[in-house]
Write a protein that binds this ligand. Structure first.
Ligand code: HEC
Length: 203
């Protein structure tokens, strides 16, 4: 109760500041977002703090990051990629299938002690038998069959999952490794789901 009142009051204060700014003809998009967001469960107000990549990629389309800024974002993303500690990229595809199908995790109503999902189907086609999938990302159907498992393709895919911004500065794909969404073992399992020739992705 006390918490609700506290954030309610903060919300009211932010609301009026942004309304005053609007009345004075100043745009205050961040103030507006803060005013409409309440801390709840694991979703704290710190989620409104943007890192340099998020700041650069939240500008209007007319002011995309300069080539220099883009280069520095992708370089620092690359520097933070952690390869698998034992050098093994592939885990268990059956566990990976569940992770790819699960959209739970990191929302205010989710238990932070439970493992997060990857929600891959929200953006990608994967197993051909799955009828519901999003199309924001490319189809990953037949991924392993088409690309094989050379060291270069394993490393590329691991890096994609760890932090897609290495390759596409303003990527819409979540930073599964870098942002701590999936654990190393979960990433290996999702990798196996993409590459294992027995996985439904490759049927
Ligand atoms: C919110 C949407 C979104 C989610 C969720 C998402 N991706 Fe992506 N993914 C993309 C987009 C968009 C691209 C295209 C490249 C880019 O823009 O970065 C992509 C690219 C990829 C690629 C590279 C494809 C290629 O042809 O080289 C792989 C592999 C991939 N995603 C795997 C996954 C896996 C596995 C998951 C779940 C753990 C996942 N993605 C979740 C949006 C998403």
């Amino acid at each position: 109760m006390h918490r609700t009142v506290k954030w309610g009051l903060l919300g009211a204060a932010l609301c009026c500041t942004s309304m005053l700014a609007a009345a004075a003809g100043k745009s205050d998009p961040l103030g507006n977002v803060a005013a409409s967001f309440k801390a709840h469960g694991q979703a704290g107000m710190d989620r409104l703090e943007r890192d340099p990549m998020q700041q650069a990629c939240s500008q209007p389309a007319s002011s995309e990051p300069s080539a220099e800024v883009a280069k520095s974002i992708s370089r620092s993303a690359q520097e933070r990629v952690k390869p698998p500690s034992d050098g093994q990229y592939l885990g268990d595809w059956k566990a990976g299938e569940k992770i790819a199908q699960t959209g739970k995790g990191m929302q205010y109503s989710d238990d932070p002690a439970e493992p997060n999902g990857g929600n891959c189907y929200a953006c990608h086609q994967m197993a051909g038998s799955e009828i519901a999938y999003g199309t924001l990302g490319p189809s990953l159907s037949q991924y392993g069959k088409l690309r094989g498992t050379s060291p270069a393709i394993l490393e590329y895919t691991w890096t994609r999952l760890w932090n897609s911004h290495v390759y596409n500065v303003c990527s819409h794909m979540p930073r599964f490794g870098d942002a701590g969404i999936l654990t190393e073992q979960q990433l290996k399992d999702v990798m196996a789901y993409l590459f294992d020739l027995d996985s439904p992705v490759n049927q």
